[in-house]
Design a protein around this ligand. Structure first.
Ligand code: SF4
Length: 346
């Protein structure tokens, strides 16, 4: 490793959170353009970091999820020590991630108090819990006593050629408009707008946009949900391509980059679409729409803001799931239709 002082950023574990950390890296780069930034990230979020221009080197965490693995962390800290870091930004709030830069003797270790990480974090920030995710992370670029920066849109970069290749490989025509639906949600059913509603929305999109292709994106766990979407779309099902479980995160990012509109539950794909500045309709049920809103130029947030919301539960504790079940297709269509009209005029 050269004698250059480097910065280490320890990535969050969730895709959406990794996306929302990009403005922090942009601020760090502005402060020290000469300083390379390494990101230590778990494998599932590496494709996001590969699309973040300010991340110079990505190191993949060798640790198992939720495991302390103290010996492994000590070994890894020795490796990191040899890379010459001047500072480290620890984005997860857990103790085990704060251990790594402390063991690596990185002199300046920035983060939130989290799990009482006194000593391990020596530039300690305190969260007031009123901030949305982008300023939450961006605040780490400033001294703790300074005011929180205004939220700016995270920014991911995807090459057009890569998107074309992925689209072709997945059997999607390049000359037809592409609308992406992300009807799943890893976190739990409480975040999901019903598949039957997505299916009815797909039928409206197909009727309004001649030749449209609607791609359903999701993990293998979302297969059943996506099948239900297609089944509910009736005669429009022919224009729907179910890609659940068939795309890597790299593929999904490349596809979303070419979408003329994205409709998504509160999920990592929503934040990717926003960071790619795609027109987005974001559907919130059990989660807070103000906590991590989409920030693209054309974005609409739909939430019924029920008295019980946000409960942040995986399943509805009241048993009715009204926050999503009562979010009508008409309501979502009233937000999506103007976007599709604008896209059609370009
Ligand atoms: S309690 Fe309210 S916000 Fe939570 S899942 Fe049920 S309906 Fe939605």
């Amino acid at each position: 490793m050269s004698g250059k002082v480097r910065t280490l950023v320890i990535s969050p574990n969730w895709i959406g959170d990794a996306v929302m950390a990009q403005p922090l890296l942009s601020m760090l780069k502005q402060q020290h353009p000469e300083r390379p930034i390494d990101v230590l990230a778990p494998p599932q979020v590496v494709p996001v970091w590969r699309r973040i221009r300010e991340a110079d080197d990505i190191l993949v965490t060798p640790f198992r999820h939720r495991a302390l693995q103290l010996g492994e962390r000590l070994k890894y800290a020795r490796i990191l020590k040899s890379r010459g870091y001047g500072d480290a930004y620890v984005l997860p709030n857990t103790l085990k991630y704060a251990l790594i830069p402390w063991l690596a003797r990185i002199p300046r270790r920035v983060g939130y108090k989290g799990e009482m990480r006194y000593g391990m974090i020596n530039v300690m920030h305190h969260d007031d819990e009123s901030r949305s995710m982008v300023p939450f992370y961006s605040a780490l670029a400033r001294e703790p006593e300074l005011p929180t920066p205004q939220p700016v849109r995270p920014f991911l970069v995807v090459g057009g050629e890569e998107s074309d290749d992925v689209r072709t490989r997945l059997g999607l025509a390049l000359d037809r408009p592409l609308v992406v639906f992300a009807p799943g949600a890893e976190f739990g059913i409480a975040k999901r707008w019903p598949p039957a509603h997505y299916g009815a929305l797909a039928a409206r999109v197909a009727a309004a946009v001649p030749g449209v292709q609607i791609a359903l994106l999701g993990s293998p766990n979302d297969r059943e949900t996506c099948e239900q979407v297609r089944a509910a779309a009736g005669s429009a099902a022919g224009g729907i391509v179910d890609l659940s479980g068939q795309t890597s995160l790299d593929d999904a990012i490349a596809l979303i980059a070419q979408a003329c509109a994205v409709v998504s539950n509160d999920s990592g794909l929503l934040h990717i679409a926003s960071a790619l500045n795609r027109p987005v309709v974001a559907l919130y049920g059990s989660t807070d729409p103000d906590y991590a809103p989409p920030l693209s130029d054309m974005s609409r947030t739909v939430s019924l803001r029920l008295a019980c919301s946000p409960c942040r539960k995986r399943e509805c504790p009241l048993g009715h799931h009204d926050c999503m079940n009562k979010m009508s297709v008409d309501l979502v269509w009233s937000e999506l239709a103007p976007i599709l009209e604008k896209v059609g005029q370009r």
